[in-house]
Design a protein around this ligand. Structure first.
Ligand code: ZN
Length: 333
């Protein structure tokens, strides 16, 4: 009699499991709506959430995130969000304001930077001077900070969507291993640069948190805090500095083309390399290298080559996303 009851119980249970669709991912309508801002942060979240979340990045890739003003259509996207991840440290203030005004009562805004470093670790510099009150926000350019962003994303997704906790935990563990391998590859590549050349003069100052980890020195940035062009006096001082420090190359970014950099390089006898990036993923959405790991690999290979090191130490690093190609991500372009 007991056995019969047990059998009936098992049938009922298996019927229930079938009816619920087993342990498969929830239907599309039940997925968390997650909104992010710049593409490297969107990509870090994708590496944890994969296709179990609906993920939208609202700052168009390759645009200037520092001056970005969200459009009215972004208010609709923010209004539907369950979780809104922002870098914070005042990078996306207009977007945060719009999110606060439009978000659902149950939605939360997660400021990643503020949960990654403490105020005494904030870096202020030429482009982000202390008197303006906004620290340099480019935390993600240090892979250890990117890993912390992924950890916060994992904890948030697990809390909001416990049914997929195993998936988020597994992706995070795989991403952590990738970041640790990236960190080692960067250390090896930078160590191959002659010590006297481990200096960065960039247009847009994105490497403030990257440089100290890898024994590099940021000797200057060209873009003033008002995002205009530097004055003639500042340009002359930079030319003298490049000559004095004997740096073989100076760096620009595709997002901020600048004729001033070209001029400084020519007059100081340095090479001008204009392909560094900090919030524009390489390739196109759906490409294998369209990833945060791709930004870091390409930047380090570029600076290693230009400063006299061996770029082969990082050039073949696998930049693929943990959950596969990012075809489901709505990163605005
Ligand atoms: Zn930037």
């Amino acid at each position: 009699m007991k056995q019969v009851k047990l059998l009936i119980g098992l049938f009922v249970l298996s019927g229930l499991i079938t009816a619920c669709g087993g342990t498969a991912a929830p239907a599309a309508s039940q997925k968390l709506n997650v909104v992010s801002t710049v593409s490297p942060i969107t990509n870090i979240i994708y590496n944890v959430g994969g296709d179990r979340i609906n993920l939208t990045g609202i700052i168009p890739e390759g645009s200037d995130s520092h001056t970005f003003e969200p459009a009215p259509s972004d208010a609709k996207i923010l209004a539907q969000a369950d979780v809104i991840f922002v870098n914070g440290l005042k990078l996306e203030e207009p977007t945060v304001k719009l999110a606060e005004a439009n978000k659902k009562a149950s939605a939360e805004i997660v400021q990643l930077g503020e949960q990654t470093i403490t105020p005494d670790q904030y870096i202020y510099d030429f482009s982000f001077p202390k008197e303006n009150g906004s620290p340099n926000p480019h935390l993600w350019m240090n892979p250890m900070n990117a890993l912390r962003y992924a950890e916060i994303a994992r904890d948030t997704l697990v809390k909001r969507d416990a049914a997929n906790a195993d998936y988020y935990n597994k992706n995070y563990a795989a991403f952590k291993a990738r970041i640790e391998a990236l960190d080692q590859a960067i250390k090896d590549a930078i160590a191959s640069i002659p010590e006297a050349n481990r200096k960065l003069l960039t247009y847009h100052d994105s490497f403030a948190y990257f440089a100290p980890r890898y024994g590099m020195t940021v000797i200057g940035a060209i873009q003033p805090s008002d995002f205009a062009e530097p004055s003639a006096k500042e340009v002359a001082a930079l030319i003298q500095q490049v000559k004095d420090e004997k740096v073989p190359a100076i760096f620009g970014s595709e997002v901020f083309p600048s004729p001033v950099l070209d001029q400084i390089a020519k007059e100081a006898g340095a090479v001008y390399v204009d392909t560094l990036r900090d919030d524009d993923l390489p390739g196109q959405p759906g490409d294998a290298n369209h990833s945060y790991l791709g930004i870091m690999r390409d930047d380090v290979a570029t600076m290693t080559k230009a400063l006299g090191g061996n770029p082969a130490l990082i050039a073949n690093f696998d930049t693929a996303n943990v959950p596969g190609l990012d075809k489901t991500v709505q990163q605005q372009q």
